[in-house]
Design a protein around this ligand. Structure first.
Ligand code: GUN
Length: 291
């Protein structure tokens, strides 16, 4: 059994990105620039955005954090999005989700210029990805595909079961896993799937992205399967400084001994997600996706 080291892989990719940034800057160009809009004080969102800003510094990107209180209006937020769209000194930006209930997330996402949508959430990017055009792919699916490639995991003709059909993970990942460079046969399982245990147990590659801690048990995994755990539920813990720890969707102790490859939580998919945002920002700066 091989434990997929997302932390090390992310570190390697960050090094590659930093080398590219150094080259760009040494030619007299400005560094790639990412902005993040954060609304309110949700603990998870605060942590995620802080990580993104730190990652930018590590690879030599410029970053800008824009904060609003929970009572910001949709109009104010949309005006800021328009301003960022028009800013020639900014390559890409994200609006951290979730947003307060009085703001339409979809409206905000659709207001972002697809050329600066480094989260890959805009329907133009999703559509381009679906038909195999160059696109900003959302961070978690992109990070998973990158891990699969770097670990040279065989995918062609394999039975890939994805549990979860969210717009930012399960659904886009199902498209990527069936595309021509990967060639897996994909099943998307969800809360209405019949005989879920049986469906999972037939997977050569099982990807758990439902957000339910330790949902995937040992009896749901085939001997020799590849298991990718996307779960990152924050649970209270006395073991950590922050008072929280991350729990995956896979019951690791039961499942790991059966696997050929498995991603741990933390240290598996999570760090790759962060690095994919950097990859997209570099692509935005190089203007290689929308010509
Ligand atoms: N909230 C949880 N994950 C994400 C993400 O990848 N991007 C944004 N913008 N918000 C999130």
């Amino acid at each position: 059994m091989i434990i997929i080291d997302g932390k090390q892989t992310a570190f390697d990719i960050k090094k590659e990105i930093k080398e590219e940034v150094d080259k760009i800057v040494s030619k007299g160009n400005r560094a790639p620039h990412l902005a993040a809009i954060l609304v309110g004080h949700d603990g998870g969102s605060e942590t995620y955005v802080a990580h993104k800003i730190k990652d930018c510094a590590e690879v030599g990107f410029k970053s800008t954090m824009i904060r609003y209180e929970d009572d910001v209006t949709e109009e104010e937020l949309l005006a800021k999005v328009a301003e960022l769209n028009a800013d020639d000194e900014l390559d890409g930006f994200i609006v951290q989700l979730p947003l307060p209930k009085h703001i339409s997330e979809q409206k905000v996402i659709e207001a972002i210029d697809p050329k600066k949508d480094v989260d890959g959430f805009h329907p133009v990017n999703v559509g381009r990805m679906v038909i195999g055009l160059p696109a900003f792919v959302s961070a978690t699916p992109d990070g998973i595909v990158e891990l699969i490639r770097r670990y040279k995991i065989e995918t062609s003709g394999k039975n890939c079961v994805i549990v979860g059909r969210s717009n930012i993970v399960g659904r886009p990942l199902s498209i990527l896993m069936s595309q021509k460079s990967i060639n897996a046969t994909v099943t998307v399982a969800h809360s209405r799937t019949k005989d879920l245990e049986k469906v999972c147990a037939e997977a050569d590659i099982l990807i758990a992205a439902l957000g339910s801690p330790e949902f995937i048990k040992g009896n749901m995994v085939k001997e020799g399967a590849v298991v990718i755990d996307v779960g990152t539920t924050r649970v209270e813990s006395t073991e950590t400084k922050s008072g929280f720890k991350l729990k995956g969707d896979v019951k690791y102790d039961e499942v790991a001994p059966k696997c050929s490859f498995i991603t741990p939580v933390p240290g598996g998919v999570g760090p790759m997600t962060r690095v994919s945002l950097l990859k997209n920002t570099l692509l935005a700066a190089k203007k290689t996706i929308f010509k």
